[in-house]
Design a protein around this ligand. Structure first.
Ligand SMILES: [Zn+2]
Length: 513
């Protein structure tokens, strides 16, 4: 049995409501084999367990480990040559991505997440070329990276069986291009070979290998987005989620173009459309949801559907501002996702939590803007509910997983902090990654004092660097040329795609946002 006593200056165990959280001064907890078995004060628990190894100096704030509710890649799109653009054009610029070593790439962003207190990630794997066997082994490389670094992953491989570049059939888009681009475009589509049956087989294979026999790995489902999924795919994914009792995470209504796409496809909203397939409910999390209507939000509340708020990404890709305050007022469970990268082009959860705290501070005096307790809940128990780990993580509570972050109080409070300042406000407003003293997952210290305990960060990053020094391959060169040449055609495809009068974000008309 492996057990330890984790000591704090203050233990913030969980958010109680929008304005309150449970805080134990000089708190401590005992974990045995990764599960919290006792919570109390350090004085009391150290008397009771004098021989347990103690983690923490007593100068740290100990909080539940954070959940990054929406994540895709290691090196960021900017690092790989794709500047920020409106989402639909950015998809085209993403074609320039190098052929990456998935294991090292995944470690890169895992280091950033863990260094900012994240212990669980919702990894939505987007694109991986090849046939079923190749995709299956690529997926395993990603899972292996998380296992080796020690954090929890709720892994899914996003299902896309149509409209893979623009909101139109692949063959129609190819046919619309000038003759010289049709071959390269066709070859790009042909890189991705999975049929709908293959996607389901991939899920079953990964689920069989990882889901039940590993504490830090879960496998779930991800319909990539409405435009990317045929009706057949939506139906199969809904059935598969029920059959295996696993959650789903689906990008939805990230942009106004996607809202219009749903109208054209079904004469209804995207939420109404997926509702027909039984896809709403607590098992479903919608990523982004920037262009939800008020009635959509009502339906999400009624069904218990969750939303993952990707604040930085929404700013960076010109998606708009999600109606977070309305989601909160309707009691919808929300998570925080850093998506491809946060506002500083990294995966800093402390910064992203501050973004969420700041971005929705509308004028007025009503209690309708994000609070510190709300943001803590979103980043911990709220996020947890959107993963396959559910309520086994996300709060420091007896019986839950011993996942936590230790944040140096001195960094927050030196040279002065008024004693009346609420502790959680001070942490959320002021904590920086340099103040993260330790990150613990499943009772194991995976990061302490700037070092990863299970993997040599320097060696892994050097290997990633060296791997990318190789010359561009023929397919990489072709994709670069294609991406540049396609941009004007994709712009043309979306010109006048939606009527701005018809697709006003409703938050502009509402004082509640
Ligand atoms: Zn995403």
């Amino acid at each position: 049995m492996s057990a330890s006593l984790i000591r704090s200056r203050a233990l913030v165990t969980h958010a109680i409501d929008r304005h309150h959280w449970n805080e134990i001064a000089n708190g401590a907890l005992v974990q045995e084999d990764g599960i919290i078995t006792e919570i109390g004060t350090y004085a009391e628990l150290s008397r009771k367990h004098p021989h347990l190894p103690v983690i923490g100096s007593g100068n740290d704030i100990v909080m539940p480990g954070f959940v990054n509710g929406h994540h895709h890649v290691g090196l960021t799109p900017v690092q790989l040559g794709s500047p920020d653009m409106p989402l639909e054009l950015w998809f085209v610029t993403r074609m320039v991505s190098r052929n990456l070593n998935f294991y090292l790439d995944t470690l890169y962003s895992a280091f950033e997440m863990i260094g900012s207190g994240v212990t669980t990630v919702q990894h939505l794997h987007g694109w991986l070329p090849g046939n079923l066997a190749q995709v299956d082994s690529g997926a395993d490389e990603i899972v292996r990276a998380y296992e080796d670094v020690g954090m929890r992953v709720s892994y899914s491989f996003a299902v896309r069986d149509q409209n893979r570049l623009v909101y139109q059939k692949d063959e129609d888009f190819v046919a619309s291009l000038p003759a010289e681009l049709r071959g390269p475009m066709q070859r790009w589509f042909e890189r991705f070979q999975l049929s709908l049956d293959d996607y389901i087989a991939l899920f079953e294979s990964l689920h069989g290998r990882h889901h039940h026999n590993k504490r830090r790995v879960k496998i779930q489902l991800a319909p990539a987005n409405l435009h990317w999924c045929s009706d057949a795919a939506l139906g199969r994914l809904s059935d598969t989620s029920t059959k295996y009792d696993v959650p789903l995470h689906m990008h939805l209504l990230e942009t106004a173009y996607q809202k219009e796409y749903a109208r054209r496809r079904g004469g209804c909203t995207a939420v109404e459309y997926i509702d027909k397939f039984g896809l709403l409910g607590p098992q479903m999390t919608l990523g982004h949801g920037v262009w939800l209507s008020e009635s959509d939000i009502g339906r999400l509340a009624e069904t218990g559907t969750c939303v993952c708020h990707n604040c930085s990404s929404n700013f960076r890709l010109r998606s708009g501002i999600a109606a977070l305050n309305v989601l909160e007022a309707n009691g919808i469970n929300t998570a925080i996702g850093m998506d491809e990268a946060g506002i500083n082009d990294d995966r800093d959860m402390l910064q992203e939590m501050r973004m969420v705290l700041r971005a929705h501070r509308v004028p007025g005096m009503d209690d309708d803007v994000p609070t510190a307790a709300q943001v803590l809940r979103m980043a911990t128990s709220g996020g947890a509910k959107t993963t396959a780990f559910g309520d086994t993580i996300g709060a420091l509570e007896v019986g839950r997983a011993a996942d936590m972050v230790l944040i140096d109080w001195e960094q927050i409070s030196f040279p002065y902090l008024d004693a009346e300042m609420p502790l959680l406000d001070a942490v959320l407003q002021r904590a920086k990654t340099s103040g993260v003293r330790a990150t613990i997952c499943d009772g194991e210290v995976i990061y302490a004092d700037g070092k990863f305990t299970k993997i040599d960060r320097g060696a892994a990053l050097q290997a990633l660097h060296l791997d990318l020094q190789r010359a561009l391959s023929d397919d990489e060169v072709e994709r670069r040329r294609l991406s540049k040449a396609l941009l004007p055609h994709v712009k043309e495809f979306y010109a006048g795609y939606f009527d701005p009068q018809q697709h006003q974000p409703f938050y502009r008309q509402s004082s509640r946002i």
